[in-house]
Design a protein around this ligand. Sequence first.
Ligand SMILES: [Zn+2]
Length: 165
Amino acid sequence: MTTGLDLARDESVERFRDWLKARQFPATPQRMAIAAVVLGAERPLSAEDVVDRLCKKGPAPGTATVYRTIDSLIACGLVTELEDRREGFRRFQPMRDDVSSSELLCTACGGVARVPDDVVGPRAGALAHANDFVPVRHRLVVYGMCAACRAEKDGRAHDLTSEAR
Ligand SMILES: [Zn+2]
């Protein structure tokens, strides 16, 4: 059965192939296999997760190759990096053309929350069409500070005031 996730992955893999071709980088089977795993992931993956998943299908690439391929996917705009400082390693997630959500990115901890948004998608489409532009995808990221980081910061500020007394 082909799911919406598979279709999104296949479309992204083809975009990556075109991107490589435009730069005259070879679309090696290994590179494309890594891309398919990352782009089809149902949750953010680390480079080690990618190696583990490929191991099950045959000879796995080295972590360095995985990182290089993921860096290309990021440069291509198909994948985004989540930096979780608490866990201390990089994880990657595919960027979906999801018109019904927007992202809230905390600049303190690097966490990204995808939240339902039924305003920006249609608005982005209308804006594009009004300017004789056919939209393919859009992305809204709101930068700021999450509740947990604000609470932590307020706690520290409170400690400082009580010390000053
Ligand atoms: Zn935060």
